[in-house]
Ligand binder design. Structure first.
Ligand code: ADP
Ligand code: MG
Length: 431
């Protein structure tokens, strides 16, 4: 079944200063994620409590350690991430840019959203708003992401090697991926699409750990899958290990995937942590910290006891987050209270973090979704900035913001993105 991607009828107002702030901090986030991915001690310490209780993170972590022990064959590193924000409305009515999370694996909608501004430009013209239509910014993350993949492919240094998109068993968002794929074909880079299952059945490494699938050498593995536990049976875990051990450029490598966990995000907000990870870069640290909302550890001990009690008393102030991606996993309000009440004295508590709830100012819009009735809704928006970087050995050869994504949802949904069927694609109208 082919459906159109859901979108808002009208672009949504976004404060220009906050939009620019989000772009201005993206290179810092790229550097930060890359620094974490190279810092074994930090990852080990930060995830120590989590991996005791969260099997999925533990499994990823085991592969990470195994690959480090063997020694990395990979020398070129490619990061594609998306840092997501909401505009938190203060008591005095001013809005502040607050990060929701950073996605370091399979950050999607860069392809489809490269077309969204055209849609909204047309709608505004139909409405007779020609001047407003001309003010919508161009936006092409598909091109930016492909540029990063192409650079990594080039540095890998084998003309005949391919880029492999690692895709889902059941492909729900193929057209988003095709937009990036087409940009690569335009650069005469071959792209193949394979599932973990295919890697298990057809994948192999040669003596210098070059990766081959169906006798084709793979230069870059671009994961659009692999971030939820349900993906992995024993064979798929073996396939993941094979990929990670290989010389191919993984986007992301397993260390970078771990750098994107909610637990890492929470530890970053501790005083002094950013300074340690980015020594000698006080301006970058200040820009990063300005986007952080309140984040709290639920590790065993006094600090965790105290914040758990506060959240049970006032659940509307917080979001309770497990180490999961893809939307629909967080807990809010009464449900947050119930779950926290139940686990507050058990080690299970440490598989979650707490975060201050961001409260944006709602605005009216129409959400257009296939087979759904059209009605005006009170909506809030989430801005994502795509980041791309390539590192060869210790040298950063590319570090860019590659475009943006605006997603909008009705306020009755606390959680969930576009793939979860809650949010729709939007275009920022800067005010
Ligand atoms: P996931 O990895 O599942 O995407 P997120 O942290 O992005 O997890 O949360 C999913 C959604 O929940 C977000 O897109 C946002 O709509 C909502 N959300 C998450 N954190 C907050 C928060 N602190 N305040 C308000 N809404 C939030
Ligand atoms: Mg998210």
């Amino acid at each position: 079944v082919v459906n159109y991607a859901p979108f808002t009828l009208l672009p949504s107002a976004v404060p220009q200063a906050l939009f620019e702030q989000a772009y201005a901090v993206q290179q810092d986030f790229n550097l930060l994620v890359d620094a974490i991915s190279q810092n074994k001690e930090f990852l080990e310490q930060t995830l120590a409590s989590t991996i005791k209780v969260d099997d999925f993170t533990a499994r990823l972590f085991r592969i990470y350690m195994q690959v480090l022990e063997e020694g990395l064959a990979q020398t070129v590193f490619l990061g594609i991430n998306r840092s997501d924000y909401m505009f938190d409305c203060g008591l005095d009515g001013t809005a502040a840019l607050k990060q929701i999370e950073i996605n370091t694996i399979a950050a999607s909608f860069g392809g489809l959203t490269s077309r969204t501004a055209d849609v909204h430009r047309l709608v505004l013209k139909v409405l007779g708003k020609t001047k407003e239509a001309s003010q919508l910014l161009p936006n092409n993350p598909a091109k930016g992401l492909a540029l990063g993949i192409a650079k990594a492919w080039e540095l890998y240094g084998s003309q005949s090697a391919v880029v492999m998109f690692l895709v889902e068993e059941i492909q729900r968002n193929i057209f988003d991926q095709r937009c990036v794929e087409n940009e690569l074909w335009n650069k005469n880079i071959r792209v193949i699409r394979r599932r973990f299952r295919d890697v298990f059945e057809q994948g192999s490494l040669d003596g210098s750990r070059r990766l081959y699938i169906d006798n084709q050498e793979v230069a870059v593995v671009y994961y659009r899958e692999g971030y939820v536990p349900q993906t992995y049976d024993q064979q798929n875990w073996e396939a993941r290990l094979l990929l990670e051990r290989s010389r191919a450029v993984k986007c992301p490598d397993i260390a970078t995937q771990l750098a994107g966990t909610k637990k890492v995000q929470q530890e970053l907000s501790r005083p002094g942590t950013l300074e340690k990870l980015l020594p000698g870069r006080p301006e970058a640290v200040a820009r990063l910290r300005a986007t952080f909302a309140g984040l709290y550890s639920l590790d065993e001990g006094e600090e965790g006891d105290k914040i758990a009690a506060t959240a049970i008393a006032d659940p509307e102030r917080f979001v309770l987050k497990p180490q999961r991606e893809g939307g629909g996993n967080n807990l809010y309000g009464e449900e947050l209270r119930e779950v926290l009440q139940k686990i507050k004295d058990s080690p299970e508590r440490t598989s979650y973090i707490l975060m201050d709830k961001i409260k944006p100012q709602p605005a009216l819009n129409y959400l257009l979704r296939a087979h759904s009735p059209l009605q005006v809704s009170e909506c809030i928006s989430e801005l994502g900035i795509f980041g791309v970087y390539v590192r060869q050995g210790q040298e950063m050869v590319l570090n860019k913001a590659a475009g943006h994504l605006l997603r909008t949802k009705a306020i009755q949904h606390a959680d969930g993105g576009v793939a979860a069927g809650v949010a729709v694609l939007d275009t920022p109208y800067l005010v």
